[in-house]
Design a binder for this molecule. Structure first.
Ligand code: COA
Length: 148
């Protein structure tokens, strides 16, 4: 298996995203998100794309993992680990050697064990509260959804 950096198209994103059962946004929203992404990583078995992960962040202090998905037939075969290693190597290569930066995410219920194996700490903990989350919807979001 190999990992390609910054080669993920919106169409392939959509394919990999829906393969794990997630409800996707529209293609324009995906294109905008990819345009503003720090880096994408796509895993291939020969020519077959089998997984992806997206790195977003400010390049200085904070990075965030988004849309980590390995297609069901390839899960638990090492693709996720390859992708995560590529993402962490990318950060190390793109920050000053004397910097430390945070790498954060909200895990799916199923992936908690995977992230723990790779050194991520759970929140809340003794000194920190839980991660928090809110969806913000555009002014005509409900109308657009009704029309679809
Ligand atoms: C989570 C995910 C990205 C991991 O990718 P993967 O290719 O399956 O992971 P790997 O094969 O590299 O697994 C590495 C290790 O984690 C373990 N692991 C994998 N998935 C796990 C899970 N759901 N729970 C606990 N451990 C898990 C594997 O057993 C393996 O351990 P080992 O090397 O000791 O055998 C993938 O399973 C996936 O796409 N899941 C569905 C979508 C999802 O939940 N994504 C996370 C969004 S936050």
């Amino acid at each position: 298996m190999t990992v390609k950096t910054n080669s993920l198209s919106a169409e392939l994103f959509l394919q990999l995203y829906t393969s794990v059962g997630w409800e996707p946004p529209g293609i324009e929203q995906i294109e905008k998100a990819l345009m503003n992404t720090v880096a994408t990583f796509t895993a291939y078995d020969h020519d077959t794309p089998v997984g992806m992960v997206r790195l977003i962040g400010d390049g200085g202090m904070s990075f965030y993992i988004k849309d980590f998905a390995v297609i069901p037939a390839y899960q638990s075969k090492g693709a996720g680990t390859l992708l995560l290693n590529a993402l962490e190597d990318y950060i190390k290569e793109n920050i000053a050697p004397d910097w430390a930066v945070s790498l954060e995410l909200i895990s799916s219920k199923e992936a908690v064990g995977f992230y723990q194996k790779h050194g991520f700490e759970e929140r809340p903990c003794d000194w920190d509260g839980p991660g928090m989350f809110k969806m913000i919807r555009g002014g005509s979001y409900e109308i657009q959804k009704l029309q679809q």
